[in-house]
Write a protein that binds this ligand. Structure first.
Ligand SMILES: Cc1cc2nc3c(=O)[nH]c(=O)nc-3n(C[C@H](O)[C@H](O)[C@H](O)COP(=O)(O)O)c2cc1C
Length: 471
C-alpha cells in the first residue's frame, strides 16, 4: 500500500463537489475533494435558504472563533428560508483590500465545507481551488486548514507560490501572494500587487500542512513546479482535454474544428516518461473512470474523476438538472461543446448543451449582463497606478469604460452566476428574472448509464467508486 488513494474525486466548483459528495467518497476510503471556489457566497445562500438540516449551523458552532460565526449567523441565517423569488442578500466582492467581514466569510466558508466533509470518519479530504482566482486563495486555504484539510489541489494556472503559502500558514506566519496584475504604468507610484494575510488575526499559531497536488497538462509545467517550489509539490494530477470544467488550451496556434472547438494534437499529450522521472506520485484525469488499470500500468497512483461524480445523487448539482442530464445521457442525445470563448479566464470551457441553460442562444441573449459575484474578475493597473477589476462577461459598456476591448466580451458567459445556479443557488433579480444555469461536464457525461443500477434511475458516489475500482 502506497498510502495514497486510488481514486481522487475531482474538485468541482461551484459547490458541485460539496461536502456531502466529498464525505461520501472519503467514507469509502478514497479522496473526497470539496470545492472552495465561491464558497463564501454559497455559505451565505445556504443560511438564507434556512439551513434546513442544521449542518451549516453545526459546523459554525465548531468554528474556533465563536464571535465570527455568530456575526455570520446573525447577518445571513433566515429561519425557514427566504421566500421563493426574493433576491439573496449580497455580500462584498473580493478586492486587493477586502473588508474583514469578507475575509471572515471566506475563511468560515472553507472551514464549514471541510469540517462537514471530514465529520464522523477517518478518511481523507481535499480542497480544490483555481489558481486563476487569486485574491481569495490565502483565506480559503487558511479556513480549510483550520478544519484539518488533508490535501490541496489546484490547477488552471501555475500554482508555484502555494506550497510556500501552506508552509507559512502552518507555522502561523503571514503568507503573501503576488497577484497577476500585468504591467504597471510608468511615472506613477503603482499599488502593490501583493496580497497578504496574517493567520494570527484568526488566532492561529500552528496548523497541519496539507499535501499539495498541482493539476497540470504538460510535463514541462510539472518539471517547473517540481524544481522551483519551496517546499516541493507533493504530486500531480495530469488532466487531459476531455475532462470537465476548464481545459488547458492546446499548444501552439489555436485551431478550431467545425463545431468551433479547439483542436488538440500530439503535442498536447503529456510525456509520462518525463513525469515518472520526477519521482513524485501522480494521478491521471480526463475520461479515466474506466481506466484505473491503465493508469496504474503507466505508473500513476490512480485516477482523478469528476464527471461521473458530478451527476450522482450525492453531488451538489441541482436535482432537476442532474436528472435531465442523466436521462439525456441514457438516451444518447446529450451534446457537449468545448467552448474557447465562454470563460472569462480565457481557458476553453466544457459546456453541456441544454435547452434550459445559458448554452441555449435564446437564453444567453435574454440574460441581462451583471457582475455581482466577481470571482473571475481580472486585475489590471489603471492610469493612476491603482489596481482595477474587470470581467469580460460583465456589461459591455462597463468593460469598455475600464479599458477592456468589446471584442473580448463576445460569447462570454457569466460562469459565476451560471454555476451558482446549477448548484441550486440561482440569483433572483428584482424584476423577477432568475439567473439561468450553466452546466459543465467532461466527454464522459455521455456514458452515465453504466453507473445506474438495474431497476433504478439514478446512482450514488458509491456506485461510481465500485465501478472505477473494478475497471
Ligand atoms: C462539473 C465539473 C466542475 C469542475 N470544476 C472544477 C474546478 O472547479 N476546479 C478544478 O480544478 N477542476 C474542475 N473540474 C475538473 C475535475 O476536477 C476533474 O479533474 C475532471 O472532471 C476529470 O475528468 P472527467 O471529467 O473526465 O472525469 C470540474 C469537472 C466537472 C465535471
Amino acid at each position: 500500500m502506497s498510502g495514497y488513494p486510488s481514486i481522487i474525486q475531482g474538485g468541482m466548483g461551484v459547490a458541485i463537489s460539496n461536502w456531502r459528495l466529498a464525505h461520501a467518497v472519503a467514507s469509502e476510503g478514497q479522496l473526497g475533494v470539496v470545492s472552495g471556489t465561491g464558497i463564501d457566497a454559497v455559505l451565505t445562500r445556504r443560511l438564507q435558504d434556512g439551513d434546513h438540516d442544521g449542518s451549516v449551523r453545526r459546523a459554525l458552532a465548531a468554528f474556533p472563533l465563536p464571535k465570527i460565526a455568530q456575526e455570520i449567523l446573525e447577518k445571513y441565517f433566515v429561519p425557514g428560508g427566504i421566500p421563493a423569488g426574493q433576491p439573496y442578500k449580497s455580500r462584498p466582492i473580493m478586492t486587493m483590500k477586502p473588508p474583514k467581514s469578507l475575509l471572515d466569510l471566506i475563511v468560515v466558508g472553507n472551514f464549514v465545507e471541510v469540517f462537514l466533509a471530514k465529520e464522523g470518519h477517518n478518511g481523507v479530504v481535499g480542497l480544490n481551488l483555481l489558481e486563476k482566482i487569486q485574491m481569495p486563495t490565502i483565506p480559503s486555504l487558511l479556513g480549510a486548514m483550520m478544519a484539518g484539510v488533508d490535501y490541496v489541489i489546484m490547477g488552471a494556472g501555475i500554482p508555484k507560490a502555494i506550497p510556500g503559502i501552506l508552509e507559512r500558514l502552518s507555522q502561523g506566519l503571514t503568507a503573501s501572494l503576488d497577484v497577476n496584475v500585468g504591467p504597471a504604468p510608468k511615472d506613477v507610484e503603482a499599488q502593490s500587487p501583493t496580497i497578504s494575510l496574517d493567520p494570527a488575526i484568526f488566532g492561529i499559531t500552528q496548523l497541519k500542512r496539507p499535501k499539495f497536488l498541482a493539476v497540470i497538462a504538460s510535463a514541462s509545467l510539472a518539471t517547473l513546479l517540481a524544481k522551483k517550489c519551496n517546499p516541493p509539490v507533493d504530486g500531480f494530477v495530469i488532466e487531459g482535454p476531455t475532462a470537465g470544467g476548464h481545459n488547458a488550451p492546446p499548444r501552439g496556434e489555436l485551431r478550431l474544428n467545425e463545431a468551433g472547438e479547439p483542436i488538440y494534437g500530439e503535442r498536447d499529450e503529456v510525456d509520462l516518461a518525463a513525469l515518472r522521472a520526477l519521482g513524485l506520485p501522480f494521478w491521471l484525469a480526463g475520461s479515466y473512470a474506466d481506466r484505473l488499470k491503465d493508469a496504474l500500468a503507466e505508473g500513476a497512483q490512480g485516477v482523478q474523476v469528476g464527471t461521473a461524480f458530478a451527476f450522482c445523487r450525492d453531488s451538489g448539482m441541482d436535482e432537476s438538472l442532474r436528472r435531465s442530464v442523466v436521462s439525456a445521457s441514457q438516451a444518447g442525445t446529450l451534446e457537449i461543446l468545448t467552448d474557447p470563448k465562454a470563460s472569462p479566464t480565457g481557458f476553453p470551457f466544457k459546456v453541456v448543451q441544454l435547452a434550459e441553460t445559458v448554452s441555449n442562444q435564446a437564453v444567453y441573449e435574454a440574460r441581462h449582463r451583471i457582475c455581482d459575484l466577481g470571482y473571475l474578475r481580472s486585475t489590471f493597473y489603471q492610469e493612476d497606478g491603482t489596481i482595477g477589476y474587470r470581467c469580460a462577461a460583465e456589461p459591455v459598456d462597463h468593460y469598455e469604460q475600464k479599458g477592456g476591448c468589446s471584442a473580448e466580451t463576445e460569447g462570454k458567459m457569466c460562469i459565476c452566476n451560471g454555476l451558482m445556479a446549477s448548484a441550486g443557488f440561482a440569483s433572483s433579480r428584482k424584476g423577477g428574472d432568475v439567473e439561468p444555469s450553466l452546466v459543465t461536464a467532461g466527454d464522459d457525461v455521455k456514458n452515465l448509464a453504466r453507473y445506474i443500477p438495474d431497476g433504478e434511475t439514478s446512482y450514488t458516489a458509491k456506485d461510481v467508486i465500485s465501478r472505477i475500482l473494478a475497471s
